[in-house]
Design a protein around this ligand. Structure first.
Ligand code: GTP
Length: 607
């Protein structure tokens, strides 16, 4: 039995790339948690995708021992699309290291994650990282942190996660400043599930923080949300690999192999208790997340639906912010309508389906969720199709569900509260850019003479297309961004269809602002012309708005010189050959289908 006062639970929060995973490496070395022979850079980033891109996508817990103390650390992602991972980690710990890059200073996610941690009443330990860099500005960052946190300058640690300089001070601060967990080891078990994954051999494995009680190997556990009972087939903690032991007690962070095969049984935010001594109350879970961006996911090969379903449900188990439901489309067959927290989330999801589950997919153009108030005719029409329909508004996330204009009274779109942290020198260009994207300015705050936070209100649809990339390029990479849902506001939109070789391509349909439709139609058509390969026949590419063609272009046919074999002379033979070729092409055009390459979908997104 470990006395609670010997346990500390904490996580590292920071803006993207400020060095969380690197600092975690140094802590693992210092506490000798990992054999030096097995040490590699950013050890906690275990997914192949994380290592390749150098970003953390998943939270990752690890247990360290130091001078008789148990230190449970959770490494968290820094990108705004993965904030849900951060908020879940925060509920499992008592303290947070707030890491700030000495050369970059405070950024948008530094602020966003700090506020999340303060909401949970966590003890904050401010740490300035990368002090080894020649352009480190430790004094300035320290002054900014003092102003932000209202702490004393000496409370702020200054380290280099790369060289290891001063990192032992962090361990001392965690032991000295973060309060030990409180809990009763003899009370009924309450373990909050903050993550889970599916292992082919072990079944569902849940990660959790025990708030009360002691849970033993081999006893029966109960998942409280759905009263599912199962055996504790294995129990243990993270070193950082799964390391079995006999029990987990109040205050500890660990995992349980549940033996459950049905992944629907386990939910992040659920509470585990025991059958022997069940708890009467679950621990407060997490707020349900509302997805921001929707896209249809379909199989490239028609018969892979089962595999796709299996792949999506397995990814969903480790990705608590993913929302999905079955969907069917005339052109694309059976698939799923999925909701994501942002574009990076969507991108990572696609990659995971392809790489981890080897299913070839088609992803439709992403859309936000529009709230459509129906006109009288629209309500009538709905009721005819669906007898149970009694409302006046519907939520539309799929361009094909947008009712025709006469059935619509009003459409509203989601707006976001956007905070941009930027060097003062880039304020001008940023203001112009955000205004072009329909953003409405609210206020500016200065963190110091060099750095400001701009507060904006921006339609989510504008944030999806190129906002982040443009912001980065006009600020030479220095500005950073965070956003949050604000409210719904009226907008004027229409569905735009893309027609390739006389065939509407369902996956390329999108909902666009009516005022921008002509410009967007033109851009998309031109871009498609660049990426669709030439065929043996002429291919027409068109954008259509409410049945009217608004932009069009052609890809000319590949030309084979059928007359090459003729030597001089007879004109009629030459003409005959050309006539034959022309007929052949006509026939091909009527039968030919064009295989649209994946770059085409990307081109439409980057319009
Ligand atoms: P995300 O997980 O993507 O949010 O990033 P992170 O915060 O985990 O950052 P990571 O540890 O991946 O570090 C980002 C980059 O900064 C890497 O190239 C590190 O090598 C580098 N880095 C981290 N700490 C230091 C430091 O103390 N000094 C220097 N010079 N570089 C550092």
């Amino acid at each position: 039995m470990i006395p609670l006062k010997q346990i500390r639970n904490f996580c590292i929060i920071a803006h993207i790339d400020h060095g969380k995973s690197t600092l975690a490496d140094r802590l693992l070395e210092l506490t000798k948690t990992v054999d030096p022979r097995h040490m590699k850079a950013q050890l906690l980033d275990q997914m192949e995708l994380e290592r390749e891109r150098g970003i953390t996508i998943k939270l990752q817990p690890v247990r360290m021992e130091y001078n008789g103390y148990i230190l449970n650390l959770i490494d968290t992602p820094g990108h705004v699309d993965f904030t849900y991972e951060v908020s879940r980690s925060l509920a499992a710990v008592e303290g947070a290291l707030l890491l700030v890059d000495a050369s970059q200073g405070i950024e948008a996610q530094t602020l966003a994650n700090l506020y999340l941690a303060l909401d949970q009443n966590l003890t904050i330990i401010p740490v300035i990282n990368k002090i080894d860099l020649p352009n480190a500005n430790v004094d300035q960052v320290r002054a900014d942190l003092v102003q932000l946190l209202g702490c004393r300058p000496e409370e702020i640690l200054a380290v280099s996660a790369k060289t290891g300089l001063n990192v032992e001070q962090i361990i001392a601060a965690v032991i000295g400043r973060v309060p030990p967990p409180v809990g009763d080891t003899t009370a009924p078990v309450q373990m909050l599930v903050f993550d889970s994954f599916y292992d082919t051999y072990k079944g569902v494995v849940v990660y959790g923080r025990v708030f009360n009680g002691t849970i033993q190997h081999h006893e029966q556990l109960k998942l409280m949300a759905r009263s599912v009972v199962s055996d504790v087939e294995e129990i243990g903690y993270f070193k950082p690999g799964l390391t079995p032991r006999e029990s987990l007690q109040a205050g500890e962070i660990g995992y349980i192999v549940t033996g459950l095969r049905d992944i629907q049984h386990s939910r992040v935010g659920d509470t585990v208790t025991t059958v022997r001594q069940p708890a009467t109350q679950a621990v407060p879970g997490y707020r349900e997340l509302k997805p921001m961006v929707f896209a249809g996911i379909y199989c490239k090969e028609g018969d892979a639906y089962e595999e796709l379903r299996d792949a999506i449900s397995k990814v969903a188990l480790t990705d608590a912010s993913l929302v999905y439901e079955p969907d069917h489309s005339e052109a694309l067959g059976f698939g799923f309508r999925c909701g994501f927290l942002g574009m990076l989330h969507l991108e990572i999801f696609q990659e995971r389906i392809r790489r981890e589950h080897h299913v070839a997919i088609v992803v439709t153009a992403p859309s936000v969720a529009y709230r459509v108030t129906l006109s009288k005719a629209g309500i009538h029409n709905r009721q005819r199709k669906d007898k149970r329909f009694s409302g006046t508004t519907i939520v539309v996330t799929n361009p094909h569900e947008l009712p025709e204009a006469t059935h619509i009274d009003r459409v509203e779109e989601p707006w976001m509260r956007v905070d941009i942290v930027t060097p003062s020198s880039s304020i001008g260009p940023i203001m112009t850019m955000v205004q072009e994207k329909r953003g409405v300015f609210s206020t500016t705050e200065y963190l110091d003479a060099e750095k400001a936070v701009l507060h904006y209100e921006v339609p989510l649809a504008s944030l999806l297309v190129d906002f982040y990339d443009t912001l980065k390029s006009i600020s030479a990479g220095y500005a950073s961004l965070n956003y949050d849902f604000l409210n719904y506001r009226p907008c004027v939109v229409q569905r735009m269809d893309i027609i390739v070789a006389e065939d509407p391509v369902e996956a390329l349909a999108s909902i666009v602002y009516s005022a921008d439709a002509y410009r967007i139609g033109r851009t998309v058509v031109d871009q498609l012309k660049e990426v669709i390969p030439r065929q043996m026949f002429e291919v027409k590419i068109q954008a259509s708005l409410g049945g009217k063609i608004i932009a069009s272009s052609r890809i000319s046919a590949m030309r084979k010189d059928v007359t090459a074999k003729l030597y001089g002379g007879d004109v009629t033979r030459k003409r005959k050959l050309l006539e034959k070729q022309k007929k052949g092409k006509q026939r091909m055009r009527s039968m030919g289908t064009v295989d649209i390459p994946p770059e085409a979908y990307r081109a439409v997104l980057k319009r």
